[in-house]
Design a protein around this ligand. Structure first.
Ligand SMILES: Cc1ncc(COP(=O)(O)O)c(C=O)c1O
Length: 399
């Protein structure tokens, strides 16, 4: 039975938009222990607080096992929503209610639910160019019309959103902190500008922010959601516990107006009823102790050291015609090669030398630049960064 093949026509039209992630295909090559992988966007396992998570699960099961193993409300575990609302209220200096929070199974699920409620075939959506591949995968299913917007070292160029574009778009999708894939951060003035545009032209902005807590240099910027307290606008903020605790927990949240949350709750009901009750209760146990503040200091330090070591080695080993971004947090940096070098071809040569990265072309919805690539410094120890970057430097010299 396991080799039963279904005729192509049995699959829905929509399913034809489904593709395997390019990154996952590349990650398959990295299964050999010899490979030095700058490709994955995985958090550093040495930052996973395994014993703390273990005791939280034990405590919940021993003290509240019957509730933790039962179905629970779609909106999420109330004390967890309250905790998130309190934290966000302190950050915004405003009052956010737990009713404005929907708990989701990772922010990837948030992207899927938002696609369901906002995108029709041909809907115009504004995105940064390049953008997060997983969001494009979610949006693609609903066949939107992408309007890619330019970015520079200060993030999305907000002036590129003309009144004509603002009037026709369903939403703008933006990653203001340490963007995936470029590592760039949106500057303060553009943040305010975007929020004002959202208010003036009444379009929602999806602010995807899984990396915001991973700032290891510089001053934290206000979220678009917090700025909307002063400037209005309709901001839908996505948060995640994947990068600050562990991605295997599959836990994230959406912070938005009650009106949007109510619609999303209906979409989530149809998708998976609710996020794991046990996981929500265990994570709440961890958060309420205040552990996360100390833990964040540790993981920021890991990423800070690894990013410095990558940049220092690139400065020594890469030819001077190559440039790259200097992220103040997160897990990635973005490299621009001379225009004649195709990064997908470079990858083939790099794989022969047991080094992998993600070619930039996969992150564009259209008109991709073939001379760009993403390097992740999150999971590679410093001595391997030195070795892998030196190998890439040699290959670039040969070009
Ligand atoms: C920009 C961005 N959004 C969302 C996600 C999905 O995160 P989660 O694990 O919360 O589903 C990722 C994962 O890497 C990401 O980089």
């Amino acid at each position: 039975m396991d080799n039963f093949v279904i005729p192509e026509c049995t699959f829905s039209e929509r399913s034809k938009q489904l593709t395997n992630s390019a990154i996952r295909r590349i990650l398959k090559v990295t299964e050999s222990p010899k490979t030095i992988s700058f490709a994955g966007g995985l958090p550093a396992p040495k930052g996973f607080p395994v014993t703390v998570i273990q005791s939280a699960f034990n405590k919940v099961l021993s003290q509240n096992g019957y509730t933790a193993l039962q179905y629970s409300p779609t909106e999420g575990y109330y004390p967890l929503r309250e905790w998130i609302a309190n934290e966000a209220s302190q950050f915004c200096n405003c009052s956010i209610k737990p009713e404005q929070i929907l708990i989701v199974s990772g922010s990837q699920q948030a992207l899927d639910l938002l696609s369901k409620i906002f995108i029709d075939h041909g809907s115009n959506i504004l995105i940064e160019n390049p953008s997060y591949i997983g969001a494009l995968q979610s949006f693609n299913l609903y066949k939107p019309n992408y309007i890619p917007l330019p970015t520079d070292n200060d993030g999305l160029i907000s002036d590129s959103i003309t009144p004509d574009l603002a009037k026709i778009c369903r939403f703008l999708y933006v990653l203001p902190n340490f963007q995936n894939p470029t590592g760039q951060t949106l500057n303060f003035y553009r943040r305010v500008h975007l929020v004002k545009l959202s208010e003036q032209f009444q379009f929602p902005i999806i602010e995807d922010d899984p990396y915001g807590d991973l700032r290891f240099i510089g001053t934290p910027q206000p979220t678009l959601f917090s700025l909307s307290n002063k400037y209005g606008g309709n901001i839908i903020h996505l948060g995640s516990f994947s990068k600050i605790l562990a991605p295997g927990l599959r836990l994230g949240y959406i912070l938005a107006s009650k009106h949007v949350i109510d619609k999303l709750v209906q979409a989530k009901q149809a998708t998976d009823l609710h996020t794991s009750t046990l996981t929500q209760m265990a994570v709440y146990e961890i958060l309420k102790t205040g552990f996360i503040k100390k833990h964040l200091t540790n993981i920021r330090q890991i990423y800070r050291e690894q990013s410095i070591s990558m940049i220092n080695t690139m400065e020594k080993k890469f030819p001077k015609e190559v440039s790259w971004t200097r992220p103040e947090g997160g897990m990635f940096l973005w490299v621009t090669l001379p225009t004649q070098i195709n990064s997908t071809k470079l990858l083939k040569k790099a794989i022969e030398k047991n080094v992998v990265f993600v070619p930039g072309e996969f992150f564009y919805s259209e008109k991709s630049l073939t001379n760009t690539l993403r390097l992740s410094f999150s999971t590679v120890p410093e001595e391997k960064i030195l070795e892998g970057i030196s190998i890439l430097g040699k290959l670039l010299d040969e070009y």
